[in-house]
Design a protein around this ligand. Sequence first.
Ligand SMILES: [Zn+2]
Ligand SMILES: [Zn+2]
Length: 81
Amino acid sequence: MATQICPNCKEDNFTWKVDEEESPLTIWDCGSCDYRAFENESDERNCLKCEKKTESKLKDSQKEYWWCSNCNTTELIKNCT
Ligand SMILES: [Zn+2]
Ligand SMILES: [Zn+2]
């Protein structure tokens, strides 16, 4: 499985797995900084920068944001704290 750039520590060590019980929930885990985020597969949009449908909505314990797996742009949606 190809790794992605972690939006938290910027290491190329970010991988996903599908949570079977809560599908279509995808869990993203970073092997470098232990960062974890959740993706709802139904939330996708075209990236404003690279214009590919590679932007996903990720949510972690503190915030919700758009993240493009192609150009690694992040855009904060809201802080949950
Ligand atoms: Zn990381
Ligand atoms: Zn992009």
